[in-house]
Design a protein around this ligand. Structure first.
Ligand SMILES: [Zn+2]
Length: 252
């Protein structure tokens, strides 16, 4: 059995452990999500600490103890994103990305597409002027990769092709409910035809195409609520960073 490995990892989260240690959750390119113990990182003179802050992409040397715990032996930064810590909103958006990635990623199961999506999204949040399209693109790709692609093309009840009019969306059924079926399905919410158009376009587009299309201000809340409510439904819990984001926006 291997005892020591080197991986590329995006720091998703960390929490304190014992007197000076910390557990760090990494999303790695090579083997999915890994939790590893960073010994002594809370001491003033720790040389590892700066490389293990959330949203850092790091090269990490890990070894496994006899009790099957990964321990971080060496770490160096590959890429950090100072733009993220520049504003509270960007930090909250990056926390939204790492929280959702953390929830959907599987322990020690390689998923390079998810790794790329998370790193690219963090990189974009750090520099892009208007991060809204980046976040919605992330939501839709994450749903694809997790196997929860919402159906915006056919009514999830009668399977008829969705017409270009206002519709309904059901989180529990994972897609559009047409106006005829909506009468029998209480647990769904209205979705305007304009929002539906953007969701469909983003779902089939590259990031470049989606970013070029943008997202009109007046239907941002609707689009965001449809996606984040669906994500929260799948996860069976609220998205903490989403609540934090809403609080920041209220204070403006
Ligand atoms: Zn229907």
């Amino acid at each position: 059995m291997e005892r020591s490995i080197r991986v590329q990892g995006l720091v998703l989260h960390h929490y304190n452990y014992g007197e000076a240690d910390r557990f760090v959750r990494l999303l790695t390119a090579e083997r999915g999500k890994i939790s590893a113990l960073a010994r002594g990182v809370r001491r003033m003179n720790s040389r590892k600490a700066g490389h293990l802050e959330p949203f850092t992409l790091a090269s990490v040397q890990l070894s496994k103890t006899h009790s099957s715990v990964w321990v971080i032996d060496q770490v160096s930064t590959i890429e950090s994103f100072p733009g993220i810590l520049g504003t509270l909103e960007r930090a909250a958006l990056a926390a939204y990305v790492t929280e959702l990635t953390d929830r959907f990623a599987l322990e020690e199961m390689e998923n390079r597409a998810l790794f790329s999506l998370a790193v690219e999204t963090i990189r974009r949040i750090a520099v892009i002027e208007d991060p809204f399209p980046t976040l919605r693109y992330f939501d839709l790709r994450l749903l694809d990769l997790a196997g929860f692609r919402p159906d915006f093309q056919h009514c999830v009840i009668c399977r008829s092709v969705v017409q270009p009019t206002n519709q309904f969306f059901s989180a529990s059924l994972g897609g559009i409910v047409c106006p005829a079926c909506q009468r029998h399905e209480a647990a769904c919410r209205p979705i305007s035809v304009r929002t539906l158009k953007f969701l469909r376009y983003y779902q089939k587009s590259s990031f470049k195409e989606a970013a070029a299309a943008g997202w009109p201000q007046d239907i941002r809340t609707e689009g965001e609520n449809i996606l984040t409510d669906y994500l929260a439904f799948i996860l069976e819990r609220k998205i903490n960073s989403q609540e934090f984001l809403e609080n920041i926006r209220k204070q403006r």
